[in-house]
Each structure stands twice: as structure tokens, then as C-alpha cells.
Design a protein around this ligand. Structure first.
Ligand code: O2Y
Ligand code: MN
Length: 606
């Protein structure tokens, strides 16, 4: 068995233990090369799992098992020693019990398969803000995705060999093969009740079993870069957040960097790659999903994107909603659960053009092309959570400094969610603690990015971290409050709450969103630049009359006024919901500062 390049005793011992447990037929240490990617992808195609796309260079389509199409929150665990440390928003199991269950499931789980050992870096290799991990997996599909989403290879392994520092991530699809058995083009995974996405925060370890899909299997992303990293960030005094990072340049050429936390399926990728509709402004992308931020010597927070690719939602992505994402996925891209056209290209609902002839849907069935670029519910060609895995460097609007190991200095944090009523288009917090309060009350209508029985309802998703915080959310709020004491108000990012999703009485969106969100970004930029463009209101600072550029905007002045005013009755209901249903969840862990912010808001509203 070839694993000569792992020389560090700790890393070697960990790998040896997993080999003994999982009993693979072969062990292969990944070098991250293009040749390796090409060889594994060819194997996946030859095995019938991947379909090369004739119409898209070096791109391949995969179809997963219908039981394995999204993150599985109900099977995601934070196994801290004490239940209280996982908190009220996580599923907890005693770590010894969970390890016993997983050890039982994992014994011989890689029989008939190759064990791939992937040394990977989250963040530019060697960055002080980044971290290294080793993912062990029995899925070549996962290896290829990790190649795109992280930095894989011998440079990272050299660092791990020198330092012995790595986050161990064990993954298996949970489908061993009997002697001579092959997958025969069938996506391997375990049944739902055998899937476990397990995190051991005290050990900083990840163990995922039974799913080969996205966030369940690409362990650098949600498992490491958010759940485990949030614990590291708490202990080491930094932030690991579910935030996009964008670079904003005003018409005078001045630059500011902004991060934004939005729950899953709120258009973070679209915002990160936005094409402004207002003249002279420019948006460039640093990252579309995760931000790691540490204080620099100047007291400012510097952010890196720990990822190297985009794992973007395909349906609804088109040249109108996100041309830059379409361009990013033009070649060298892995597509999962999209439709396949007769001429060998992908297709999905909302791609912006109707398909022709006969399609193959995400389940592998032949279907006539729908008349428009939509399908009746339940008959979709692409799964609602179909994805493209595309290299970030292919994004036409990627910022030149996106891989700067020092990170970029952040001027503003945005919070937002899909809120059809109450929350205005934009408001700014009065100060840091009020901003933490705003982050703590984020909520959004649930969509299909996650398997849940709550689709269509508003669920509170504090800081958009509900599924991703690796410890007690009450302690997480406290961490944010404490962080605000580590620097001055001038140096700390200003905090804004935005809502692109207000609806009118007929259920239509009032604000056009997409490129027109640049109008709001411009106001935020000017706030950070000290411009006198805001008025104080009961809920925070809001744009002065005329401070949002509405030239060329296709929204009536009355509607703009409506979404830029304080809905007192709506906020009173909001306060009642927070007081009675949201905050009580955190019990004694709710920081008194947040209860005080709620009281102050109520008092101001009268
Ligand atoms: O369904 C999955 O496994 C992916 S979920 C995802 C992917 C990319 C970015 N964000 C998310 C998310 O759920 O927040
Ligand atoms: Mn996300």
C-alpha cells in the first residue's frame, strides 16, 4: 500500500488506524495534480457514474441517488462532551456513543474500494488565517470536487508533515463492495438512517458516513470551514462565518470590502458576483460562501475565502441572474443532478432558455423538453438542489487579491434573509451590540437547499449559522459581543441588515434584486466612507430621502418608500416572536446584552 509521502508520525498513525478500520483494497495519497484529476475523472466516467459533456470542455455530469441530494441536517451531529456545549440548535450525541456507532458502521466499509487520502488547505497554502486538513474518502467523485473546492496536494502535505497540524476528516459513502462487485453507474451511499455527519469539537475531528453529496461529503466546506472552524475561532479569538466576501469600487476608484451572511438559498453567490446597474460602480468577488476573519495589527478585521471554488445552486442561475457564475461554470466544471441535453450539455429550470428535443432528467429518465425553461412541480429536469462545482479562478469578476494570504480589510458586515414583510430594504445598526442583535434575529423562508419539513416557513437562522455553528449558539452570540471589545468602533466593520425579498399584497417581489442591489451597496459604501446619508429611526439608521440612487430603477417611488420605512406594527410582532419563541431557546446562555437590545428596540417603537 502506497502512502510513503506521509512522514509525520501523527498523520501516519491516524491514516493507519483508518486503514485498519475501513479495510480498503488500496490506499492512495493524492498529489493534487491535473493528471490525478483527469485520471480519477476518467475512472468515474468509465465506471458509468459520470457523463462527459460533449458541449462543455472538460466537464462531467453526475446523478446522485435520490436519497442523497442535499445536506441532511437531521443526521448532522455536534458530539461535544457536554450536551450543553452543542446547545439548543444542534443535534447532540455523546461522543463515545457516536464513535461506537460509527466504528461499527465503518468496520470494513471501504472493502472493494480505494481509500483516497487528501491533504488539503482551507485558505491560500501557508496563510496565517488558513488551516490544513486531511480528508480520507472512498469516493473519487469527492476527490475531484475537493480538487476544485480546496487546495489539494503535496505542498499542503509538506506543511502537515513538518507541523503535524491537520484536521482529520474521515468520509465513507458507506457502501462496501463484495468481491468482484462494481457500482455499475449507481451512486453509492448508505440509507438515510445510516448517514451520519459527525463533528467532535473538542478533538477538532470530522467523521462523515453514508452520503456522497456536497456539504455532507466535501468535508472542507461546511464541516471544517464552519462547524469545526467556528469552535477554533471562539477559542483563538477570530471569526469563521457563513459569509460571502465582495470587493466594491466606487466611481472615484475607492475600494471597500464587504462580507455578507445570508441563510442558504438567499442568493449569496449572486450577490458576490453582482453586475451593478448603477454607472461607475464595480463589484468583484473574493468568496461566495465562507469568510474567515482575524484582526490585523491595525485593529481591523481581515478576511480570507477559505475555499478555492464555487459549489453553486444550478436551478435559477442564468445570464440575467448571474452571468459571472455561468461563465465560471463554462468549462472544467463538475455538474451534479442537472438535466442532460441531446447535444451533450447540461440544462436546468431557470437556465434562461428552453431546452430542445429529449432530455435526460436528474434521475436518468428520458423526458421531452418542457415548453418553457420551467417544469411543473415534481417533474423537474434538474433537482432543485442541483449544483455546479467550478474553480473560483474561472470567475470573470474574481478580484486580483482573492488569494492574498493576509486577507482583505472588512468595512461592513451585511445580514439578510428572505423576509416577505417587516424588514426594510436596508438599515444600519446603531452600534456593535445592536449589530450583533440584528445578526441574532436573522430569519428566512426555508427553500429546497436542505431536506426539511419546513419549506415555505420563516425560520430564524442567527448569523445564517444555524446549521453551521459547532457549539452553543448562546456562547456564539457572546463571542461576537466579546469581539466587539477587541477593537475600536472606527476599526470594526459597520453592521447592516438588508432584505431584497419584500413582497407586495399580491405576493410579487417589490425590489428587483440582482444588479439593482448595487444601489444598496453604494449607500452602504458611502456610510462606511463617513457620508451624511442616513437618518436615525427606531430600528437603526436608514437612508435619507434620495440617498439611494433610484435612477433607471423600475420600481414606483411609493413602493421604494414603503420598503425604506419602518413598519412599526410588523416590528412589534417581530419583537413578540423574538421574546416568546426565539430568545427563550437559548436559556441562561442568552447574553444579557441581547435581551437589553430587544428591550431598547421595544421602548423606541413605543
Ligand atoms: O446541499 C449541499 O450539500 C450543499 S449546501 C451549500 C452549498 C454551497 C454553499 N452553501 C450551501 C449551504 O447550504 O449554505
Ligand atoms: Mn452556504
Amino acid at each position: 500500500m502506497e502512502r510513503t509521502s506521509i512522514t509525520n508520525a501523527k498523520a501516519k498513525q491516524w491514516v493507519d488506524e483508518q486503514v485498519a478500520l475501513c479495510q480498503p483494497d488500496a490506499v492512495y495519497v493524492c498529489d493534487g495534480s491535473q493528471a490525478e484529476y483527469d485520471r480519477l475523472m476518467k475512472e468515474l466516467v468509465d465506471s458509468g457514474l459520470g457523463t462527459p459533456l460533449k458541449a462543455r470542455k472538460n466537464s462531467v455530469l453526475f446523478r446522485s441517488d435520490p436519497s442523497d441530494v442535499a445536506r441532511v441536517e437531521d443526521r448532522t451531529y455536534i458530539a461535544s462532551q457536554k450536551e450543553e456545549d452543542a446547545g439548543p440548535t444542534n443535534h447532540w450525541i455523546n461522543p463515545d456513543e457516536l464513535k461506537k456507532t460509527l466504528s461499527g458502521l465503518s468496520a470494513g466499509c471501504m472493502k472493494g474500494r480505494t481509500m483516497y487520502v487528501i491533504p488539503f488547505s482551507m485558505g491560500p497554502v501557508g496563510s496565517d488565517i488558513g488551516k490544513n486538513g486531511i480528508e480520507i474518502t472512498d469516493s473519487a467523485y469527492v476527490v475531484c470536487n475537493m480538487h476544485i473546492m480546496t487546495r489539494v496536494g503535496t505542498k499542503v502535505l509538506d506543511l502537515i508533515n513538518q507541523s503535524g497540524k491537520f484536521i482529520p476528516c474521515l468520509h465513507s459513502v458507506g457502501k462496501p463492495l463484495a468481491s468482484g462487485e462494481k457500482d455499475l453507474g449507481v451512486w453509492p451511499c448508505a440509507p438515510m438512517d445510516k448517514k451520519y455527519i459527525a463533528h467532535f469539537p473538542e478533538e477538532r475531528a470530522i467523521w462523515s458516513f453514508g452520503s456522497g453529496y456536497g456539504g455532507n461529503a466535501l468535508l472542507g466546506k461546511k464541516c471544517l470551514a464552519l462547524r469545526i472552524a467556528s469552535v477554533l475561532a471562539r477559542d483563538e479569538g477570530w471569526l469563521a462565518e457563513h459569509m460571502l466576501i465582495l470587493k466594491l469600487t466606487n466611481p472615484e476608484g475607492k475600494v471597500k470590502y464587504v462580507t455578507g451572511a445570508f441563510p442558504s438559498a438567499c442568493g449569496k453567490t449572486n450577490l458576490a458576483m453582482l453586475i451593478p446597474t448603477i454607472p461607475g460602480w464595480k463589484v468583484e468577488t473574493i468568496g461566495d460562501d465562507i469568510a474567515w476573519m482575524k484582526f490585523g495589527a491595525d485593529g481591523r478585521l481581515y478576511a480570507i475565502n477559505p475555499e478555492a471554488g464555487f459549489f453553486g445552486v444550478a436551478p435559477g442561475t442564468n445570464n440575467e441572474s448571474n452571468k459571472n457564475a455561468m461563465e465560471s461554470a463554462k468549462e472544467n466544471t463538475i455538474f451534479t443532478n442537472c438535466g442532460l441535453t441531446e447535444d451533450g450539455d447540461i440544462w436546468w429550470e431557470g437556465i434562461g432558455y428552453p431546452a430542445k428535443g429529449t432530455l435526460i432528467d436528474w434521475k436518468g429518465n428520458k423526458k421531452p423538453a418542457p415548453a418553457k425553461d420551467k417544469s411543473p412541480k415534481g417533474e423537474e429536469i434538474a433537482h432543485a438542489n442541483a449544483r455546479f462545482t467550478a474553480p473560483a479562478k474561472q470567475c470573470p469578476c474574481i478580484a486580483a487579491e482573492w488569494e492574498d494570504p493576509k486577507g482583505v480589510p472588512i468595512s461592513a458586515f451585511l445580514f439578510g434573509g428572505r423576509r416577505p414583510s417587516t424588514i426594510p430594504l436596508v438599515h444600519q445598526s446603531r452600534d456593535w451590540n445592536h449589530g450583533v442583535f440584528l445578526g441574532s434575529i436573522v430569519g428566512s423562508e426555508v427553500t429546497a437547499a436542505v431536506i426539511s419539513d419546513q419549506v415555505g416557513q420563516v425560520r430564524r437562522d442567527p448569523f445564517a449559522m444555524l446549521p453551521f455553528c459547532g457549539y452553543n449558539m448562546g456562547d456564539y452570540f457572546q463571542h461576537w459581543l466579546d469581539l466587539g471589545k477587541q477593537s475600536t468602533a472606527d476599526n470594526l466593520p459597520k453592521i447592516f441588515y438588508v432584505n431584497w425579498f419584500r413582497k407586495d399584497a399580491d405576493g410579487n417581489f417589490i425590489w428587483p434584486g440582482y444588479g439593482d442591489n448595487s444601489r444598496v451597496l453604494a449607500w452602504i459604501f458611502d456610510r462606511c466612507d463617513g457620508k451624511d446619508n442616513a437618518v436615525e429611526t427606531e430600528i437603526g439608521l436608514m437612508p435619507k430621502d434620495g440617498a439611494i440612487n433610484t435612477q433607471g430603477l423600475n420600481v414606483s417611488p411609493a413602493a421604494v418608500k414603503e420598503i425604506l420605512s419602518v413598519d412599526r406594527e410588523g416590528w412589534k410582532k417581530e419583537i413578540k416572536d423574538i421574546r416568546e419563541k426565539h430568545y427563550p431557546k437559548f436559556g441562561a446562555k442568552l447574553p444579557p446584552e441581547l435581551a437589553a437590545e430587544l428591550d431598547k428596540l421595544e421602548k423606541r417603537l413605543g
